[in-house]
Design a protein around this ligand. Structure first.
Ligand code: ATP
Ligand code: MG
Length: 631
């Protein structure tokens, strides 16, 4: 048995012993008396009796050894600014922010909603909450007022931290009017709003409610605010899921379990070491931003890059220039971003010295083989696909090369990560599928490991009903994703359980069809959805982004490409997988986090209302789908 298989087995069979060991990776004010309390399944309580603080672990505890090392690098290619903070400076700034929060009435357990662009102050705000034991609720900056209002109502924050504006592709997006509109819409009103003025957009201040960070910072400079020691089970934050499949859910995370899970993941998955630099291209509005821009790297004593801007501005070499400049060792991004880069000049990749970089981790959606192959060859570095969810907070499937060196298989996010007792289950019977290459629902047997969601914010019933009640006859956590496991134990994610197409009784994962279509040399990206069909039950319909669209205005050329792509599918999957229609578009509808909104596409194809689109990036993409449907 391999070293990793042993490691994983121990994490399940000797769960408490395993996690007691990992708990030594973080500092405790009071050590836990019980590792895991699972007396009330599916609610797991980790490190019961322990008291700790996330901000202490991310900042204060590094002061002894690395006060003068860089902790935070805030880069904006939108405003052309770069600011760096050492651990000592970060410590000072976070205390000032915490002192301002306290002056504005924030106490332990209160919620603070953070609606911010990717600036250093957003990180200070999150850490200041952790310092005070307040619960942060980060809402992706630039979300429309309706989406923001519903989150304000759900979280009931006493304070909202925001800014005058964000910026995207050089275009200023004023946040303050969106925020004012959201507060007006919401039944709950915050008592205070703290605003970072970036001098991008004029703001109207509401007297008595709105405060300027720069002014308050001056008044609180030099403040000394100790960390509030909280129970390991104290909620550190709530965060909404991406909303790809429907109404976002408020995921609630603990403190102690999360700190331990992140510290362990930095060691066993990411291999990030103190004194090095971590670069995650995500946004603090998403779970990757929470775990691997802010807390994970800082807990590990690494410098972290907070990046505002596109991957392609001023040119598509910008990320790699940062890798060179800051000697980045570990990088984290999403397949969608890699696909964007793939369309750019490859010379921009080889222009920089990337020798510091050890690996690129990708997560958030399926990493198709051509994209994986391309980035792996272009960078000459290991590409490690991570499969996880907002709910889990850290990877469920990955390669854990901190334990042993395993090779990637393109298209697979690897094997179950230690702590996760992953099963493939028959969705109809709940029976476990143990043979190779059997298709099942990816499920996790309780207790979920440390760091995963404790519950849905203020809605225990929704937690149980949504996640733990979908597989017949079993209390297991459903990921709502389909997967298979090959003979070597590698998993492949086939798509979401609601993305499976049933053509004349045959169940096909949309991802299989997408991969096949994407192997055509002129296809950059594709989304396949199942559309109701009187005869076959469902048929597959594909929307593909072509690399070279010239000539497609000509109907004959359009049909020719469609026929060509269908032939590719016939050859790789058989006629059963062949889409009934393939439509060419220049952009696919996506969430702000880069996930394709198949649910909305499907609804449009079936003539239904596309539903909650508050997290959608570019509404024009949906218009293209509508237009393509009448072609
Ligand atoms: P919602 O739950 O609100 O519909 P969402 O599921 O898109 O939104 P996230 O928690 O951001 O919200 O995404 C997790 C999902 O993303 C997974 O369940 C899976 O479907 C997909 N995913 C994440 N990483 C990978 C990966 N490496 N390979 C394949 N799919 C992935
Ligand atoms: Mg989900």
């Amino acid at each position: 048995m391999s070293a990793y298989a042993d490691f994983h087995r121990r994490s399940i069979e000797h769960r408490d012993e395993f996690w007691a060991e990992q708990s030594g990776l973080v500092d405790w004010h009071t050590p836990p008396t019980q590792v895991c309390d699972y007396s009330n399944p599916p609610f797991a309580r980790w490190f019961v009796g322990g008291k700790t603080n996330l901000c202490h672990n991310a900042v204060d505890r590094h002061l002894n050894q690395r006060a003068d090392q860089v902790a935070l690098i805030a880069v904006s290619t939108e405003t052309d600014t770069e600011r760096t903070y050492t651990f000592a400076q970060l410590h000072a700034e976070v205390q000032v922010m915490a002192s301002v929060f306290a002056a504005l009435g924030v106490k332990q357990g209160d919620r603070v909603l953070i609606y911010m662009p990717m600036v250093a102050e957003a990180a200070f705000a999150m850490l200041a909450c952790a310092r005070l034991g307040a619960i942060h609720c980060v809402v992706f900056g630039g979300f429309a007022s309706g989406a923001l209002a519903s989150r304000i109502e759900d979280a009931e924050p006493c304070l909202i931290v925001s800014a005058d504006a964000g910026s995207r592709a050089g275009k200023v997006i004023p946040y303050k009017p969106l925020l004012d509109e959201a507060i007006a819409q919401s039944k709950h009103k915050p008592t205070a709003v703290l605003l970072v003025d970036r001098a991008l957009s004029a703001m109207n201040l509401a007297a008595g409610r709105d405060h300027l960070w720069a002014q308050m910072r001056q008044q609180h400079l030099g403040a000394s605010i100790p960390c509030t020691w909280v129970d390991a089970t104290h909620p550190s934050y709530t965060l909404y899921t991406s909303g790809t499949t429907g109404k976002p859910k408020g995921v609630q995370r603990d403190t102690g379990g999360y700190a331990v899970a992140l510290a362990a993941s930095m060691k066993y998955i990411y291999g990030g070491k103190a004194g090095e630099t971590y670069f995650s291209t995500s946004d603090i509005g998403w779970v990757v931003g929470h775990s691997y821009i802010i807390y994970g790297p800082l807990i590990a004593g690494m410098a972290t890059i907070v990046y505002e801007g596109l991957p392609t501005r001023p040119d598509a070499g910008v990320w790699w220039s940062l890798v060179e400049k800051y000697q980045v060792t570990v990088m984290f991004s999403a397949p969608t971003a890699v696909r964007v880069l793939k369309k750019q000049d490859p010379a921009l990749l080889s222009k920089y010295n990337l020798s510091s970089l050890r690996a690129l981790f990708l997560a958030g959606e399926p990493l198709d083989e051509p994209t994986a192959q391309w980035i792996s060859e272009s960078l000459g570095k290991p590409i490690i696909d991570n499969y996880w969810q907002t709910e889990t907070g850290w990877p469920i499937l990955s390669l854990c090369n901190g334990v042993e060196t395993a090779k990637s298989k393109f298209g697979s996010p690897g094997k179950p990560v230690y702590g996760y007792n992953v099963k493939l289950l028959d969705d109809q019977t709940g029976a476990e599928l143990t043979g190779p290459n059997q298709k099942g629902v990816v499920a996790i047997e309780g207790p979920l490991p440390p760091g995963c969601l404790q519950t849905v914010w203020r809605d225990d019933a929704r937690f149980v009903n949504t996640y733990w009640s979908s597989v017949p006859n079993k209390l297991v956590y459903s990921t709502f994703d389909w997967g298979i496991r090959d003979e070597d134990g590698y998993f492949f994610i086939l798509g979401r359980t609601d993305d499976v197409i049933n053509v004349a009784g045959h169940r096909l994962g949309t991802r299989e069809i997408e991969e096949s279509i994407a192997s055509h040399p002129n296809i950059a990206e594709v989304a396949v959805v199942g559309v109701a069909d009187d005869l076959k039950g469902q048929v597959a319909v594909a929307f593909a982004v072509v690399k070279d669209a010239s000539g497609l205005a000509d109907a004959a050329a359009y049909l020719k490409l469609e026929a060509e792509v269908m032939k590719v599918v016939d050859q790789s999957l058989g006629a059963l997988g062949r889409p009934a229609r393939i439509r060419f578009v220049s952009i696919l509808p996506k969430t702000r986090s880069g996930k394709t909104l198949r649910r909305a596409i499907q609804a449009l194809c079936e003539g239904r209302d596309p539903g909650d689109l508050t997290t959608m990036d570019d509404p024009l993409a949906l218009q293209q789908i509508k237009d393509a449907l009448v072609k």
